[in-house]
Design a protein around this ligand. Structure first.
Ligand SMILES: Nc1ncnc2c1ncn2[C@@H]1O[C@H](COP(=O)(O)OP(=O)(O)O)[C@@H](O)[C@H]1O
Ligand SMILES: [Mg+2]
Length: 320
């Protein structure tokens, strides 16, 4: 990670909401999370990205003290998850893949219930609920039973529920999974609003990589290993100006043909993907040259999915 920790006391020390040092979780021979290092500054919006089974939920479960790491150290809001689990729990808000709402209760009742769980005074719960319902456009539904809400609204309410006690760190596990594109966008917009209002650190996981472009920083994991990290824009820019996709009956021949100008492509069956380094690249010329020889030729802007694909070309870390 680019941010360096200042060691000297009294200096401008960056405060980290989450710090993981060589954190691992093994189930028998399986390393669900493999020596993960993370330093997430306070108030950052951080995306932990990776496909199904890559270790995202396991990481969040360790951060929320639900399971213990089998190696390394992990702290949240300055508290060690093993030594001070109660302080960690107090500092975090959790929204897991499974909804924590009672479907038979109304929106209001669900929020009041959380307030009681956290021992918040009634007037605080009332004010906070009001604010959150407005923030999330839920005010008109406050007396509706949760079971009658759409999937998108329920997820929204789950997030409101997770932040009612004003946690310093909010952990969201795939908040947009199973939602349609419109609801997914809405959820992202609400998370953004919430961040602006509350200034809290948000750690979110998703396997819809293209969604995470609004994060301040993202980390990619694969089979429990950290394989890349950075600001989304920088990571995308580092690939180049465009991705050129070619479908060809003779992909090997075309890969060889274009290699001198565009480097080694990523190959998936008959499809080749090249990074086009800059805007000035003579794409039209290339298109004319290749048009008759290939099935399809497509030029598009790179996104975080491409970053992941290119990161995957690198060799996995070898075990010590
Ligand atoms: N309790 C468990 N026992 C055994 N294996 C587990 C357990 N929990 C998770 N795993 C395995 O750990 C890996 C990472 O899982 P998970 O963290 O759920 O991934 P993700 O959330 O990225 O989809 C997977 O291979 C999963 O099968
Ligand atoms: Mg998961």
């Amino acid at each position: 990670m680019a941010i360096k920790k200042a060691e000297q006391p009294g200096s401008d020390k960056t405060k980290y909401a989450i710090e993981a040092s060589q954190v691992g979780k093994s189930y028998g021979d399986l390393r669900a999370v493999d020596r993960l290092d993370l330093s997430i500054p306070e108030a950052q919006f951080f995306g932990l990205l990776g496909p199904n089974g890559s270790g995202k939920t396991t990481t969040l479960h360790m951060l929320s003290t639900l399971i213990r790491p089998t190696e390394g150290t992990l702290s949240v809001a300055g508290y060690d998850v093993v030594k001070s689990p109660v302080s960690v729990r107090r500092a975090i808000g959790l929204v897991f893949q499974e909804s924590a709402l009672d479907r038979n209760l109304t929106v209001d009742e669900n929020l009041r219930f959380v307030g009681a769980l956290y021992n918040l005074p009634e007037h605080v719960v009332r004010e906070r609920s009001q604010e959150l319902l407005e923030l999330f456009d839920l005010t008109t539904r406050r007396h509706a039973r949760v079971g009658t809400l759409s999937g998108g609204l329920r997820r929204t309410l789950d997030i409101a529920r997770g932040v009612l006690h004003r946690p310093r760190v909010l952990l969201l596990d795939e908040p947009t999974i199973g939602l349609d594109v419109i609801n997914r966008r809405t959820i992202w917009r609400f998370i953004e609003r919430l961040r602006q209002e509350e200034n809290m650190t948000v750690l979110l996981t998703t396997h819809y990589l293209e969604e995470a472009e609004g994060c301040d920083q993202v980390a990619f994991i694969r089979k429990g290993n950290l394989i890349g990290q950075g600001k989304p824009k920088m990571l995308i820019q580092s690939l180049g100006a465009y991705i050129l996709e070619i479908e060809s009956e003779a992909p090997d021949r075309h890969a060889e043909l274009l290699n001198p100008t565009l480097g080694t492509p990523v190959q998936e069956g008959n499809r080749l993907m090249f990074c086009v380094p800059n805007e000035d690249f003579p794409v039209a010329e290339l298109q004319r040259e290749l048009k008759s020889a290939v099935h399809a030729l497509h030029l598009r802007r790179p996104d975080l999915n491409d970053v992941y694909i290119w990161l995957n070309r690198q060799k996995p870390r070898t075990r010590r």
